[in-house]
Design a protein. Structure first.
Length: 88
């Protein structure tokens, strides 16, 4: 498999230690899509390192994939501020 020992766990836990507690600010769906894409690459290429796999996978996302979450940030941040940083 492409991912060195421990890399998959690192990727899975990448945002959990610093993840926002509000569901409005959660990026798990994006992280999961990226992880799935990297795992797809790992089954076909054994010589690619994790950084290259992440970069290639990121570039393969459809052009509009991140547009909706990015455009929703002002609304999401506003709700988070109104909630004083807690759940929205």
């Amino acid at each position: 498999m492409l991912l060195p020992s421990g890399s998959r766990n690192t990727l899975l836990n990448l945002d959990t230690s610093i993840a926002p507690k509000s569901p409005e600010m959660n990026i798990e769906d994006i992280r999961d899509a990226l992880l799935h894409a990297v795992e797809e690459i790992s089954t076909t290429s054994h010589s690619m390192d994790l950084l290259t796999a992440l970069q290639d996978s990121w570039c393969e996302f459809p052009p509009g994939y991140l547009q909706t979450p990015v455009e929703s940030m002002p609304r999401r941040v506003g709700g988070l501020l109104r909630a004083g940083g807690g759940p929205t």
